[in-house]
Design a protein around this ligand. Structure first.
Ligand code: ATP
Length: 512
């Protein structure tokens, strides 16, 4: 099965099992907006908790806040979003479809990379054991030609983005013979800028004066509360402020399910530091955040850093943590060294002094900032896409299993009486009553035990606990582990301890 087919099946699975629904579905949906269902919300809440506790509990110098979505409109002028939060867009006149010009070029570059990979595979097959990849890459004429093309297009794109040269962006698309994936033609319009912020009106104030924005990032809510938190929390630099919340962007190219949404959730942390120390802290946060991701056990090889060619207007160093989604390596989290751009500008625009008095150095300064910014929905997709497996079992049956890290799984244990009679449901309810205060458990007595196992596999429940006739005499149950399908007979007294050690958030946090 191709990755594309797997992704299609995963999307369908998300709907069938109550993880993600299209927003406003009975009205034919609202594009790039999604709702989380009964299992999705549990998984999402668990990811949030993992991030929150890793950030705030494991770092004594990081505290959290929850700021409002609506903020004073001047904030978005100070942050640069009114002037510069733009995407370069291009339309194909035949298909009438709109694309981000930079994304079209990046996809073309990815195709060239694939071409090189295919040449390497061909070479490997041809030369067998004597194949030397480095030498092949340095000498094969096809590879060299493709690599030269890649270098040229890449360099031109970086320069055009940095110079904000929209004509050059279009020219690169024309020169590279990039066609519209729908119409197949090169009938392109000019490249134009489009601001991504949603705006609305405040109360009864009409016109521009009443225009306010739905925040396009949660970070600014942290910056404008810097003084409040620093003073009331008596925070000493270095310290951080963390926040989880909704952000809104009027994305034009909204594709790939919950990867790019118009309403999404971010988990951001701004770390305030002494100027001059930013590159050390940048390196440290890169390492810390990668460790957080890897602790989930989705596969170390699925992550890579991608340092930015074009730095945002506020940054002096930036990297993405990319994840291998079914549609390739894509940004999951951004780590940015934002200098004193934001605090400095808020100082200018608000007229308030936003500084830190450093008692050790006996001086005032505007702190520098390292930001870590991860999309919750993208993290959700990373967990689900790497956990989704279609398996053929030894007995010829098939199952779909979500091997979600147990600490993040929506339901930790299913409590299953073998039959609906003979006192088994009552016994099962007793077990439910022992476990339900600490673990999200699901009681299920409908259908055969095999069918019930499959239903739990499909939502990623790590343990199924079956109560049978022997249970009434020996107070033991059968516990079945999701991934191995191994079954053990254990005493009811041990259930709590097993679930605690296997499914608690601590099991992830200790790996950070
Ligand atoms: P992209 O290049 O993919 O548009 P970005 O560089 O604009 O992303 P940031 O502004 O750095 O993203 O936002 C931080 C994080 O927020 C991203 O790493 C991503 O996980 C998440 N994010 C950004 N835009 C979206 C979106 N439209 N839908 C879902 N998550 C998003």
């Amino acid at each position: 099965m191709t990755q594309e087919e797997v992704f299609k099946n995963l999307t369908a699975h998300c709907k069938e099992y109550g993880f993600v629904f299209q927003s406003s579905e009975i009205y034919d949906g609202l594009s790039a907006v999604y709702d989380y269902g009964q299992n999705g919300v549990e998984l999402k809440n668990n990811i949030k908790r993992y991030w929150w506790e890793a950030m705030t509990r494991l770092h004594e110098n990081i505290v959290g806040i929850d700021s409002a979505i609506f903020m004073h409109p001047r904030i978005w002028e100070a942050s640069g979003h009114v002037a510069a939060f733009n995407d370069p867009l291009i339309d194909n006149r035949d298909s009438k479809k709109r694309y981000r010009a930079d994304v079209l070029i990046e996809e073309y570059l990815a195709k060239l990379e694939d071409k090189i990979k295919k040449e390497v595979e061909k070479g490997r097959k041809k030369f067998g054991d004597s194949f030397d990849e480095a030498q092949f890459l340095a000498t094969n004429p096809n590879v060299l030609r493709t690599q030269a093309k890649w270098d040229e297009v890449h360099n031109r794109m970086v320069k055009a983005l940095n110079d904000n040269d929209l004509n050059e962006m279009r020219q690169i698309i024309i020169d590279s013979d990039i066609v519209c994936p729908i119409s197949g033609t090169k009938n392109w319009t000019e490249v134009r800028k489009f601001n991504l912020m949603f705006s609305t009106q405040l109360g009864n104030i009409s016109g521009e004066d009443g225009t306010i924005y739905l925040r396009p990032e949660t970070a600014q809510g942290i910056f404008v509360n810097y003084l409040n938190v620093q003073k009331t929390g008596r925070m000493k630099i270095p310290f951080g402020i963390a926040q989880i919340g909704k952000a809104f962007r009027n994305e034009i190219v909204a594709r790939q399910f919950i990867f790019r949404m118009r309403e999404f959730e971010q988990m951001e942390m701004q770390f305030f530091i002494q100027p001059g120390t930013e590159l050390d802290w940048f390196a440290k946060w890169k390492e810390t955040r990668l460790k957080w991701h890897k602790a989930m056990g989705l596969g170390d090889e699925k992550y890579r850093f991608h340092d930015h060619d074009k730095l945002a207007h506020y940054a002096n160093a930036a990297t993405d943590i990319e994840f291998e989604f079914p549609f390739g390596f894509k940004e999951l989290e951004g780590i940015h060294s934002r200098t004193d751009f934001d605090l400095g500008n808020h100082q200018k625009y608000s007229g308030r002094k936003i500084q830190y008095f450093d008692p050790e150095r006996n001086e005032n300064y505007t702190p520098y900032v390292i930001e870590t910014s991860i999309g919750l929905d993208r993290c959700f997709l990373a967990v689900l896409s790497s956990s989704y497996h279609e398996e053929k079992l030894e007995n010829g049956e098939e199952r779909v299993v979500l091997s979600i890290p147990a600490a993040l799984a929506p339901v930790k244990a299913a409590i299953l009486p073998l039959v609906k009679k003979d006192g088994l449901p009552e016994k099962a309810r007793e077990i439910m009553d022992i476990l339900k205060f600490d673990f999200n458990c699901q009681y299920d007595e409908k259908d055969s035990i095999g069918k019930r196992y499959r239903r739990q596999d499909a939502i990623g429940t790590p343990f199924c606990i079956t109560i049978d006739h022997d249970t009434l005499n020996d107070n033991c149950v059968t516990i079945r582990e999701r991934d191995s399908m191994k079954q053990d007979r254990i005493a009811i007294d041990r259930l709590h301890e097993i679930l605690q050690s296997q499914t608690s958030m601590t099991s992830l946090l200790v790996k950070n």
